[in-house]
Design a protein around this ligand. Structure first.
Ligand code: ZN
Length: 186
């Protein structure tokens, strides 16, 4: 709860950022919040007035802020922590579940053989499987992938980027998950 963040949308309802309570309070005070969603609310306490009363602001768990709704094409950054979360900390070859220390990024087509470092050419692999596969394709190594790698969409990315998502925020993001994402993040 203490680490929970607030999901900021643009006024068209597209996720823009995870923000802190302080950042959300600033947006509200500046009158930049156009609507809010979610069942959960946070209370934030501010300064005292001359009568000794402390100001209290209620913050929504999801808010939409004013401003441009133009968005550039979304490509989620390929970072191991997001990759491992996409693949549910499972080795995509042996199916075992590992902690992050024992996982690695495997390039399905090795980079030394013109494989790209991109979401659709990488999977989570345990160090043992990665070592065994070495500089080969899965076919050459006789190893089969247990799931097809996919590029997280914007909603899936916001899920991957926050480990302390509240239930109402999760419901909002989940409504726009792809078929792949739905399979993975149940
Ligand atoms: Zn493995």
């Amino acid at each position: 709860m203490r680490h929970a963040k607030i999901l900021r949308l643009n006024k068209a309802g597209t996720p823009i950022d995870w923000i802190t309570r302080e950042e959300a309070a600033t947006l509200i005070v500046k009158g930049q919040v156009v609507w809010a969603l979610g069942e959960h609310t946070f209370e934030i306490r501010g300064g005292y007035n001359r009568l000794g009363q402390q100001s209290v602001l209620m913050l929504p768990s999801i808010l939409a802020s004013d401003g441009s709704v133009k968005l550039s094409d979304f490509v989620p950054p390929l970072v191991n922590s997001y990759l491992f979360r996409r693949d549910q900390y499972l080795c995509m070859y042996c199916g075992g579940e590992f902690n992050a220390d024992n996982l690695s990024r495997d390039h399905i087509r090795p980079m030394s053989r013109r494989g790209t470092d991109s979401w659709t050419n990488v999977v989570t692999a345990c160090k043992r499987c990665n070592h065994r596969k070495a500089n080969r394709t899965p076919e050459e190594a006789g190893m089969q992938l247990i799931a097809v790698p996919f590029v997280p969409n914007r909603y899936e990315f916001f899920y991957l980027a926050n480990k302390n998502i509240l239930a109402d925020q999760m419901d909002f993001l989940k409504s726009q998950f792809s078929e792949n994402g739905r399979w993975s993040y149940q």
